[in-house]
Design a binder for this molecule. Structure first.
Ligand SMILES: [Zn+2]
Length: 294
């Protein structure tokens, strides 16, 4: 009886913890690599946990079709699409964004600059493969400017992808100048990007949110980061929680189920001394603002 009561209590705590969470970075099948669960299961479990919204991300294919279908199958949770400007969609290619944006349901919210195919990521991985550039000699390329103009005009979110920290700052500055309202610097503390705290502060001053992903600190992560949110907490304290977004970036088979991962992640911040109000701001309010949710 006691066990049942405890189980019920912990389930209730879990629900309360994730109630209203908006996850801007979810990886579900179908994909070109194994995923822990598919996008329908993602939406069902997020809804069951009380989450408010999820954004479907794929590095190599648009998710507008999937988002529309998931909305039909799993009503009761907001599901949005993302678009990542990697090689299979022609790289930084405004025509592809335009099409994704007018697909049935108007599900598109976030456009990521190139991720795994970005010049930075390919060079970081010491691969000789082809890549997609966003800048040359310290200036953004014309096709990037074209996409930024489209995002501004259509009220879409810019995410900086796996560009270098310097490119991230160029992107934020130019996007603001061109009228993009909502910008998020994609997981800048990942080893590929390695943005410094002063650079994050600069991005924040220009109006960007800074994203901190659970995937990087899960039990299956690299030893230096495993179960360790201290570097995140230091950065969050330096920039202010009002400028930070927590997301999962989960879905990898080696990581916990995303809802379990979210619980672990939020507990890590609580143990590190962040208040529930700050955590709610970063996991609920700020991502909702980014996506323009009412
Ligand atoms: Zn991701």
């Amino acid at each position: 009886m006691r066990c049942a009561l405890l189980a019920a209590l912990s389930a209730a705590t879990c629900l309360a913890q994730l109630q209203g969470v908006v996850d801007i970075h979810t990886h579900g099948a179908p994909d070109n690599r194994p995923r822990k669960l598919d996008v329908i299961e993602w939406a069902r479990s997020a809804k069951a946990s009380g989450m408010r919204a999820i954004v479907l991300k794929n590095h190599f294919a648009p998710t507008a079709q999937a988002a529309y279908l998931v909305r039909q199958i799993v009503p009761g949770i907001e599901v949005y699409a993302g678009f990542s400007l990697d090689r299979p969609v022609g790289g930084v290619n405004v025509a592809a964004v335009e099409q994704a944006n007018i697909f049935t349901g108007n599900t598109l919210r976030i456009v990521w600059m190139p991720t795994f195919d970005s010049e930075n990521n390919v060079k970081f991985a010491k691969s000789n493969g082809p890549f997609v550039s966003v800048s040359k000699n310290g200036r953004l390329l014309p096709e990037v400017i074209e996409v930024l103009k489209y995002l501004a005009k259509n009220n879409l979110v810019l995410a900086t992808g796996h560009s270098t920290a310097e490119e991230d700052l160029l992107l934020v500055k130019e996007a603001r100048a061109l009228g993009v309202k909502q910008i998020v610097v994609t997981h800048p503390m990942s080893p590929t990007i390695h943005m410094t705290i002063p650079q994050m502060q600069e991005a924040v001053k220009m109006g960007a949110f800074i994203e901190f992903c659970a995937g990087q600190v899960m039990p299956g992560a690299a030893p230096a980061w495993r179960n360790n949110v201290k570097p995140y907490v230091d950065a969050i304290r330096a920039i202010g929680p009002e400028h930070a977004i927590l997301s999962s970036d989960l879905g990898q088979p080696e990581n916990p189920h995303p809802m379990e991962g979210w619980k672990l992640y939020l507990d890590m911040f609580r143990k590190a001394g962040l208040s529930n109000a700050d955590i709610d701001r970063m996991a609920k309010t700020n991502p909702a603002t980014l996506l323009g949710l009412k």
